[in-house]
Design a protein around this ligand. Structure first.
Ligand SMILES: [Zn+2]
Length: 223
């Protein structure tokens, strides 16, 4: 069904950010130069989640791919994790790193495999960052459902500031949105120090997104 023949009971959605057309955030996106490839694994419940940030992130990162699922086809996942993405002039093999905290004792007791040790420090051009986009509970479920993700070396964030995305109740206090966490991880891996323009640009996109969300909430209240 295209957006043009949808019955009026189904809200028409933007094909890029997948939000209702009235709340489309595509105009906020800015393509930021980056060398680390980013694989966004989005839980199906995030696809149409108005408070989700995964689509906006994808729109800001030219070297990103987005897969939607909970339990992925192992062959498709392996290709996305370890295969070449066929980007022109960019065929060197990549080390994939999962943005996720270390396995806790509780997770280990439940059978979660230990992550591989991190690779020796390497150039951003040789890295692929894997990000799970879902609530904390769904992200954990996806990790359990996909052994290939469990086996990846992990990237833990350093010096995490408090998240600014308080409108998202599904996240634990202090937990960052997918957008903020990925921006910080990229800053770490790319060596974007201090006020690097790329990081500043991502932060300004996110600030604009928060402002837009707040404006939409006001609009909804006054309707
Ligand atoms: Zn849009």
């Amino acid at each position: 069904m295209s957006i043009f023949d949808s019955p009026s009971s189904i809200r028409a959605r933007c094909p890029q950010c997948r939000r209702a057309l009235r709340t489309c955030v595509c105009a906020l996106a800015r393509a930021v130069p980056h060398a680390v490839q980013v694989l966004i694994l989005m839980h199906p419940m995030e696809v149409h989640e108005a408070k989700g940030t995964g689509h906006l992130l994808h729109l800001c990162l030219p070297h990103s791919r987005l897969l939607v699922g909970e339990r992925f086809d192992p062959v498709q996942l392996q290709q996305a994790l370890q295969g070449s993405w066929g980007e022109a002039g960019n065929a060197l093999p990549r080390h994939s790193l999962l943005l996720y905290p270390e396995t806790t004792q509780q997770d280990a007791a439940l059978g979660l495999a230990a992550a591989a040790p991190p690779p020796a420090p390497c150039a951003p051009q040789r890295l692929r960052l894997v990000v799970i986009d879902g609530t904390w509970r769904k992200s954990r479920k996806m990790l359990y459902a996909n052994p290939a993700l469990q086996a990846l070396p992990r990237l833990a964030l350093k010096d995490v500031p408090a998240g600014r995305y308080a409108i998202r109740k599904a996240h634990l206090p202090g937990q960052l949105s997918t957008f903020e966490a990925t921006a910080l991880a990229l800053a770490q891996l790319q060596g974007w120090a201090g006020e690097a323009p790329e990081h500043a640009q991502l932060q300004s996109v996110f600030s604009a997104f928060i402002a837009r969300q707040a404006a939409l909430q006001d609009e909804n209240r006054n309707r």
